[in-house]
Design a protein around this ligand. Structure first.
Ligand SMILES: [Zn+2]
Length: 409
């Protein structure tokens, strides 16, 4: 058999098949054709990955990618291909009224596979400075359900943010409407937790397969109480099949909470970045960077791979096709090097932790095509510059853009 691409000699870690060992991976027509030891067949292109680690392509189930149309959105396609991410899910940047634009302008042109949650707010997360569910008239479960169904090929579920800033006086009513829409569409809800809405009230509405994002946030109303113990309702929710996602972001990965939760034996089901204009450069950077933080808190490498591949695919209802190296599935893969040394990682509060290992992206394969980080620097720089402009204007950091408010422009 002649392969289009042969990846030789890596330590292959595929939790979906319990594979952890030296294997060669052959690819034909953008699909996985072989995962075995000592392949000698011919290949159009062979890449030696000896000393490297090869996994299914990573899946980031929470990011904000509607650049140019929302205050949060970054252009994430190049960043994904530079960091081992082959599928990324936008977490509610678009609602039913602007999801068509998200399909046309973000999903369709991307080399990475992009999916999206439809926000219960009909206009999604267009305008960050105002909480999207302070006014419930923006929420329409019927239109939301119908849109999610209409775009089901691109849609992972319904998104709701349940912090005090987002919902004002409306308590868990936005979530109730979101769960109604999700039930009609036959999809899960992803709910953002934050201070201002009691977490037990949020959890009480969730069903098996629904996802709580920001599970290590430390603003209050989170998964651990003041004494650092994981609250009983969280264990009960997990028991009935509710999933917990990391969702790092600019405000939601708190070392204190993560360390307490891990000490209680509470591990996030899924790792995600919550990349957006205010979180990209600091404190997240990428999926491998986020996974490296957990790795250095004692979570095993096999586990962080599981959290970023197999478990993530399951959370978005795509375990048959994604997050696996099963023969016949799409050839989405990520190669990494495990760097050894002295590294520092930061949480959202500026707390720094040292670690001796860092997961460094080497190459990404998306539908059989190879991308290397070093070839993507220029594209990345342009994407970052755009994100920084939006970050500064959103934060009214006009001085950073050379303007003193009040002066004539
Ligand atoms: Zn988010």
């Amino acid at each position: 058999m002649a392969y289009d691409l042969l990846l030789k000699g890596a330590r292959v870690v595929d939790p979906s098949q319990d594979i952890d060992g030296i294997r060669d991976v052959g690819i034909i027509g953008g699909k996985i054709a072989a995962v075995k030891e000592g392949v000698v067949d011919a290949a159009t292109e062979t890449i030696d990955l000896s000393g490297k680690i090869l996994t299914p392509g990573w899946i980031d189930i929470h990011a904000h990618l509607y650049a140019g149309s929302t205050t949060w959105g970054i252009r994430g396609d190049t960043l994904c291909l530079a960091t081992g991410v082959t599928t990324i899910v936008d977490a509610g940047s678009a609602g039913w009224a602007n999801f068509q634009g998200f399909v046309d302008y973000v999903i369709e042109p991307a080399r990475t596979q992009v999916l999206g949650y439809v926000h219960i707010s009909g206009i999604g997360l267009t305008y960050g400075p105002v909480g999207e569910m302070v006014d419930l008239s923006y929420a329409d479960p019927e239109r939301t359900a119908f849109a999610a169904h209409h775009w089901q090929r691109h849609c992972a579920g319904i998104k709701v943010r349940q912090g005090g800033f987002q919902v004002g006086e409306n308590g868990v009513e936005p979530l109730r409407l979101g769960v109604q829409a999700a039930a009609w569409a036959g999809m899960p809800v992803m709910v953002h937790i934050a201070n201002g809405v009691p977490v037990d009230q949020v959890l009480s509405l969730l069903r098996s397969g629904d996802i709580v994002t920001h599970c290590y946030q430390g603003t209050g109303d989170g998964v651990v109480d003041d004494s650092g113990a994981v609250v009983a309702e969280v264990w009960a929710a997990r028991e009935r099949g509710v999933l917990f996602d990391l969702g790092h972001g600019g405000g939601s990965f708190d070392y204190g909470v993560a360390i307490s939760a891990l000490a209680n034996g509470f591990l996030a089901d899924v790792i995600s970045t919550d990349l957006h204009v205010s979180s990209w450069d600091s404190p997240i950077e990428s999926m491998p960077e986020t996974a490296s933080k957990l790795l250095n808190l004692g979570v095993s490498f096999e586990r962080v791979v599981h959290q970023s591949t197999t478990a993530a695919a399951g959370a978005i209802g795509r375990a048959d096709e994604l997050g696996t190296l099963r023969v016949g599935t799409v050839a989405d893969l990520a190669a990494f090097e495990m760097l050894q040394g002295a590294f520092e990682f930061a949480d959202v509060r500026g707390r720094r932790e040292r670690g001796n290992r860092k997961i460094e992206p080497v190459l990404t394969v998306r539908e059989g095509k190879v991308y290397r980080p070093e070839d993507l620097d220029e594209e990345l720089r342009a994407d970052r510059e755009r994100a920084q402009w939006m970050k500064k204007v959103t934060g009214k950091d006009f001085a950073g853009l050379g303007w003193t408010p009040g002066a004539t422009l």
